[in-house]
Design a binder for this molecule. Structure first.
Ligand code: ASP
Ligand code: MG
Length: 423
């Protein structure tokens, strides 16, 4: 017997018919003798609609009322799921965040979970019930409803799994796992059997959209094993793991130690719409970088890649960095304002939007020299020019011209042996 948290995303609960399909997966686990807590998102599109209504009512709305409105989508699906499960003969009850309770801080619209009391969920599961919990929401110290930020129901599910010491947190979605790269870019993309938390974290930050970043961080911190799998698979089919053995179909996101064959590169990601900004002839003295990036941070602009040159005579230098295209104008303005008020000194700011960041990720990189060099060679062989580079222990990223983005992804996918089955 296992204890499982089963989370269903928006497309999995988009209609009552789909909720029924999702409920059949729950029934399978319950029939197998497992204890289950279900976590649901709102019906797909619902949260957007609710946010739209809030903004239509007033651009300057109170964040507490935003939360009161947008949290309602999950209330509907939790209730419907409990009704459908009950109709299938499974004892089920819905719970909203405050009823569990899921305690958060008071950052309305982007709250963080502080604590989850597992008592009620524990009791229900032990008695053979299936609690259905609303994802995405909790309760502030003030007693008001909070929401966790868009896509937050993955985080709810992982936090609940940690709180009830679940053996697994199954994330049911509209894809059947995590892929070596986006199959729409490279048809040779394959589903991974396993991926390490750290790799998943990098891939999520680099643009893979299967899981919300914060949920992966939490899973890694609390060692919650995640499975990404599809709701649209036949719930009654035998459960076969990707390696052909009986088990859970999908991709297991787990501790590195659970992965025997570590690939040097597990995945190739692509993020488009990356803008590049260069500050020319920046006064080179201690505190300059802090001032430049402080000015951007004050505007809540998230900077990604950073390159600073060493100046010949130690007087001036160039600093180049990337931000999302959508933050380009705001960034340039912030830098100009910082210069006008004497916080930083530079000659001029130049830049362009529309770059593409291609990255290779893999925990195996730690023990292999020359991964970056081989990546640059693979790109050079295709005539692709590299504009910026950043590396971490398990990742190498390059900024290139958007025009070559797809070609680069496919070239690297082949180069690192990801086309072949079995990786
Ligand atoms: N319904 C929320 C949203 O759309 C939370 C989620 O689906 O994860 O952002
Ligand atoms: Mg989601």
């Amino acid at each position: 017997m296992a204890r499982i948290v089963m989370k269903f995303g928006g497309t999995s609960v988009a209609t009552v018919e789909r909720i029924r399909q999702a409920a059949r997966h729950v029934k399978r686990e319950v029939d197998a003798g497992n204890q289950v807590t279900v976590v649901v998102s709102a019906m797909s599109g619902k949260t957007n609609e609710l946010v739209g209504w809030v903004n239509e009512s007033s651009k300057l709305h109170d964040a507490r009322e935003y939360d009161a409105v947008v949290a309602s989508g999950e209330q509907v699906t939790a209730g419907l799921m409990a009704i459908v499960l009950s109709e299938m003969g499974i004892e089920s009850r819905s719970f909203q965040g405050w009823q569990v309770p899921i305690r958060t801080d008071d950052a309305h619209g982007a709250a963080r979970i502080v604590e989850i009391d597992p008592t009620e969920l524990d009791k229900r599961m032990t008695e053979g019930w299936v609690p259905v919990v609303t994802g995405f929401q909790g309760i502030a110290p003030s007693g008001r409803i909070t929401t966790l930020g868009r896509g937050g129901s993955d985080t709810s599910a992982v936090a609940i799994a940690a709180a009830v010491s679940a053996d697994r947190c199954d994330i049911y979605t509209d894809v059947d796992g995590v892929y070596t790269t986006d199959p729409r870019i490279d048809p040779k993309a394959r589903r991974l059997n396993r991926i390490a938390f750290e790799e998943m974290l990098e891939m999520a930050s680099l643009g893979a959209k299967v899981l919300m970043i914060r949920s992966v961080e939490m899973a890694m911190a609390y060692k919650v094993r995640l499975v990404v799998r599809s709701t649209f698979d036949d719930p009654d089919a035998p459960q076969i793991a990707p390696d052909g053995t009986p088990g859970v179909p999908g991709t297991l996101v787990c501790d590195e130690d659970e992965i025997m064959e570590k690939q040097i590169v597990s995945g190739v990601t692509l993020a488009k719409a990356e803008a590049k900004i260069t500050l020319r002839d920046v006064k080179d003295k201690p505190g300059v970088a802090a001032a430049v990036f402080g000015a951007l941070a004050d505007e809540s602009i998230v900077v990604d890649m950073i390159v600073q040159n060493i100046s010949d005579d130690g007087s001036v230098t160039d600093i180049t960095f990337t931000v999302p295209d959508s933050e380009y104008d705001k960034s340039v303005k912030a830098l100009e304002a910082a210069r006008a008020s004497g916080i930083i000194e530079y000659q001029r700011v130049t830049g362009s939007k529309g770059g593409a960041k291609v990255s290779v990720v893999g925990v195996g990189m730690r023990n292999h020299a020359g991964v970056a060099a081989s990546m640059f060679k693979a790109l050079a062989d295709k005539g692709i020019n590299i504009q910026l580079i950043t590396t971490s222990e398990i990742k190498t990223s390059v900024l290139i011209d958007d025009e070559y983005a797809e070609l680069a992804v496919r070239a690297l996918h082949t180069y690192y042996g990801l086309d072949k089955p079995g990786a």
